[in-house]
Design a protein around this ligand. Structure first.
Ligand SMILES: Nc1ncnc2c1ncn2[C@@H]1O[C@H](COP(=O)(O)OP(=O)(O)OP(=O)(O)O)[C@@H](O)[C@H]1O
Ligand SMILES: Cc1ncc(CO)c(N)n1
Length: 274
């Protein structure tokens, strides 16, 4: 069985973070493992408080996994402070795992901050160079690239600027744009687009976590990057289409294994071109 690790924050309400990642791993038939970087008291409406795990404890969790188990892919999510980022980066250097997917989480869907804005330089200098794939949404791509994004051309320009920071591939997600749900992948040479119909729902809590965890699962299963993103786009589109009206705010996506299989069989209408 393929083994995939998430290094991220815990969402006690179950829709995002570590919890979304582990549900996504199970739906893909891979063995999920987790290193908790922050404990977040949050729900579908708000973030109440964040307690970061001590950096040496983050390092020890990563050691515990890698000294014992071969890891086929790593998904990295919420890293709230520079010292958490440095702890994770040091261990990525030490263990050099394959297939690192980095979701540079900055805000929850309800707008609450999950990363200290002063940590962005550390993210760029210390963590981004380890990523095989970076998956910013539009506001995150704006902050990292230092430009504003108004259209698809701007999404492409931001992807090029972020690529130059040392990650091997960049996927700028269009969930925050209007029109169809269009994502742009840049591999340093070419752009690939992954487009799906926008689903009219407020229940999109944890979509970015789910998407990046699905990409990491597919990479662990041996897919090429383009195939991994294509399949993950089908997965997230199906999970949003069947999202759950749980809670009073942005409800979570749905991770039923059977739903995933049916979604794939029914072909969740993804157009990918170049
Ligand atoms: N309403 C929607 N209908 C269809 N696809 C969507 C919708 N909203 C987001 N997506 C898709 O979901 C994926 C995740 O993108 P999004 O930009 O929402 O991530 P995110 O903002 O990082 O999520 P979060 O911070 O809540 O975890 C992308 O493929 C995006 O195109
Ligand atoms: C712990 C955690 N990670 C990521 C997100 C972004 O959706 C969230 N809301 N909570």
């Amino acid at each position: 069985m393929k083994k995939v690790l998430t290094i991220a924050g815990s969402d006690c309400s179950g829709g995002a973070g570590i919890q979304a990642d582990l549900k996504t791993f199970s739906a893909h038939g891979v063995f999920g493992m987790s290193v908790i970087v922050s404990v977040v008291a949050e729900n579908t409406s708000r973030v109440i408080d964040i307690q970061d795990v001590r950096p040496d404890m983050i390092e020890k969790q990563i050691d515990a996994v890698f000294e014992d188990i071969d890891v086929d892919a790593v998904k990295i999510g919420m890293l709230s402070q520079p010292d958490c980022m440095e702890a994770v980066a040091g261990k990525l250097k030490q263990y050099a795992p394959a297939n690192i997917v980095l979701d540079p989480v900055m805000y929850a869907k309800n707008g609450c901050p999950l990363m200290n804005p002063d940590a962005i330089d550390t993210l760029i200098e210390k963590v981004i160079p380890f990523a095989n794939l970076l998956t910013p949404n539009i506001p995150e791509a704006e902050k990292i690239a230092g430009m504003s994004i108004h259209n698809v051309e701007d999404m492409k320009k931001s992807a090029e600027a972020i690529y130059r920071m040392g990650c091997k591939n960049v996927l700028v997600k269009g969930g925050h744009a209007s029109g169809s749900a269009l994502d742009i992948l840049f591999d340093g040479e070419r752009f690939y687009t992954f487009d799906a119909q926008r689903i009219d729902t407020k229940n999109t809590h944890g979509t970015g976590c789910t998407y990046s965890a699905a990409i990491a699962s597919n990479l662990a299963l041996g897919c090429s990057l383009q195939e991994a993103v294509h399949r993950a786009k089908e997965y997230i589109t199906t999970a949003i289409r069947h999202s759950l009206a749980i809670g009073k705010g942005h409800g979570p996506t749905h991770h039923f294994y059977e739903l995933y299989q049916n979604g794939l069989k029914n072909g969740a209408e993804i157009n990918n071109g170049q």
